[in-house]
Design a protein around this ligand. Structure first.
Ligand SMILES: Cc1ncc(C[n+]2csc(CCOP(=O)(O)OP(=O)(O)O)c2C)c(N)n1
Length: 552
């Protein structure tokens, strides 16, 4: 076995192994050589080499999103680690465990004119759950060890990004066949005790209230939670609102929130205004529901989450600090059905909207909206669907999704900067086919994602190319300025040459028939991954979407 001769590097690696970190994404550099040598030679670690640190970090995020365990990133000193920041922020707000390990120079070499040197300690402190700063000094090895252990435990238990900055002096490339460190001692010193639930007060409010809205944000697929929500909704005073990324399904859930509420007058929404709002899961995509619930606040807003309770609606009244399924285990035992027409009126609206939706789409011209109508029906069962930000995730929310799919989108910070890299990472660790639907600006932004040796042949990209940031034509504001170009950023780029360069099979469609034809064979597994570029008319996409909402 080959080890780096640096004891500090050995400690970092042995602790990662002991805490069962399996995947380590390495970006090239010299200062990180002790870590690169150590990790790549370790039989229990799967290493990956990705040059662009921004892409490497989103790739790691995609893996961690799926396996729900920390994935490690290793890079050199200088600006290299700053390129991790977008993915770190996304991980921070999406509760995804990332272990960021950066190599650094020793303190006396910082800010004295050495190359590739910046102030690295605590550089992610606003968006990381723990920052370890390790120094290569015999006297500090105990403290180093404690910090490493704490960092990894924090990532695992609190599900988020942590940063370990490791300073190494030269020489960096020396190896040994000896493990220099003593036994690794696993500790478990930061387990937070879950809150003991005292539900009585809340249950009596619940049991005496006629309008209760459960709103589920981004959530990893969870069959138990789904079953619990189905149980809860047997009470006709309860409505359940879900989003595409909630990954829970039932015909009595309102799964297209915007479709239901977009055209409601304030007076009509007031009827839907709940007495109790019970929220769970992560970020909510629907801007409209946030606006309306902030305006027509529920009397009580309770949030269930083992970690945080963001006051999204400016009226948070209680945080149940437990995992949602544990909460419902107890809650469902205590609640009683209440006579009410709340659920009935919500579901009646849902049916009306669905009819109008179908009528509109039968006649709709070829456009972004129509592409979704055609594409979503063709995605193979059980696929992992990754959605780009901007209008992509919003369009998807207007459709009934095949409930065998699992769906993800980087909603932590809603960035357009890493959707492709994330999808490639997620695809790498799932047995099912992964399909990414993305807009053109997002796709070209993250085109370095394709500079990656780990893309599976079953990976598929559906690129909806409307020639710019289509969202800026739809949202109120940009079109009323004389600077629309700076929002929309029109372009003539296509993915053709990128596909050639990165060995993707490339096909295109610019109308209904071409799209349907291409989709017939698109998902078949062949020798290379594939990209389907769908060209849609920028001039009418927004018009059609506005007409759609009016028609509802
Ligand atoms: C990193 C980052 N920079 C800027 C933005 C602001 N932004 C939001 S949507 C968007 C345009 C997206 O265009 P595209 O991917 O083509 O999707 P479309 O709106 O056409 O569906 C931009 C620049 C962002 N979300 N993230």
């Amino acid at each position: 076995m080959i080890y780096s001769q640096k004891e500090l590097s050995q400690i970092v690696i042995e602790y990662c192994v002991a805490y069962q970190v399996e995947h380590v994404i390495i970006s090239p550099g010299s200062r990180n050589a002790p870590l690169t040598i150590g990790f790549t030679n370790h039989p229990q670690i799967k290493t990956y080499s990705i040059v662009d640190e921004r892409c490497a970090a989103f790739f790691a995020l995609g893996i961690a999103q799926q396996i729900r365990k920390p994935v490690a990133l290793v890079c050199t000193s200088g600006s290299a680690l700053l390129n991790y920041y977008p993915a770190i922020a996304e991980a921070f707000y999406s509760d995804i465990p990332l272990l960021v390990i950066s190599a650094d120079r020793p303190k006396h070499l910082i800010d004295i004119g050495d190359g590739q040197t910046i102030r690295q300690e605590n550089v992610f402190k606003n968006h990381s759950l723990y920052n370890a700063n390790l120094v290569e000094d015999e006297q500090c090895m105990n403290e180093n060890t404690q910090q490493i252990s704490k960092a990894i435990q924090t990532a695992i238990q609190k599900k988020g990004p942590v940063h370990i900055n490791v300073s190494f002096d030269e020489p960096l490339y020396e190896t040994t066949d000896k493990l220099l460190i003593k036994d690794v001692v696993l500790e478990n010193d930061i387990i937070e005790t879950e809150q003991i639930l005292n539900l009585q007060e809340y249950v009596s409010l619940w049991n005496s209230s006629k309008k209760k809205l459960v709103l589920v944000g981004t959530h990893f697929p969870d069959k138990k939670l789904q079953a619990q929500l189905i149980e809860l909704i047997k009470d006709e005073s309860v409505l359940v609102f879900t989003e595409t990324t909630s990954n829970v399904h039932h015909p009595t859930f309102i799964n297209s929130i915007d479709q239901l509420i977009f055209s409601l007058t304030d007076k009509e929404f007031k009827k839907l205004q709940p007495d109790i709002l019970l929220t769970l899961g992560g970020m909510i995509v629907s801007k409209k529901v946030k606006q309306l619930l902030r305006k027509y606040r529920p009397k009580h807003h309770w949030h269930i989450d083992a970690k945080n309770a963001p006051d999204t609606y400016h009226c948070l009244s209680h945080h149940f600090k437990v995992a949602d399924t544990l909460f419902f285990d107890e809650f469902l035992e205590l609640v009683k059905p209440v006579n009410s027409d709340y659920q009935k009126s919500g579901l009646a609206l849902k049916i009306q909207r669905k009819e109008k939706h179908d009528q509109f789409l039968t006649l709709a011209e070829f456009s972004d909206l129509k592409v979704f109508d055609i594409v979503l029906d063709t995605i193979p069962n059980n696929s992992l669907l990754q959605l780009g930000n901007s209008s992509i995730i919003r369009y998807s929310q207007l459709f009934d999704m095949n409930d065998s799919l699992t769906m993800f989108c980087n909603r932590g910070t809603s960035g357009i900067d890493g959707s492709t890299s994330t999808a490639i990472g997620a695809s790498h660790v799932t047995n099912n086919q992964t399909v990414l639907i993305t807009g053109d600006i997002s796709f070209f932004y993250d085109s370095n994602a394709l500079w990656n040796n780990y893309i599976k042949n079953d990976f598929r990209i559906i690129l909806i190319n409307n020639g710019g940031g289509g969202i800026f034509r739809f949202i109120p504001g940009p079109s009323n300025t004389n600077a629309l170009d700076y929002f929309e950023t029109l372009h003539q780029l296509t993915a053709k040459q990128l596909c050639k360069m990165y060995n993707f099979e490339y096909c295109t469609a610019k109308n209904d028939n071409e799209l349907k034809r291409e989709l017939k064979t698109f998902y078949q597994i062949e020798e290379t991954p594939k990209l389907l570029e769908v060209f849609t008319p920028i001039a009418i996409n927004d018009v059609i979407l506005k007409r759609y909402f009016n028609s509802l």
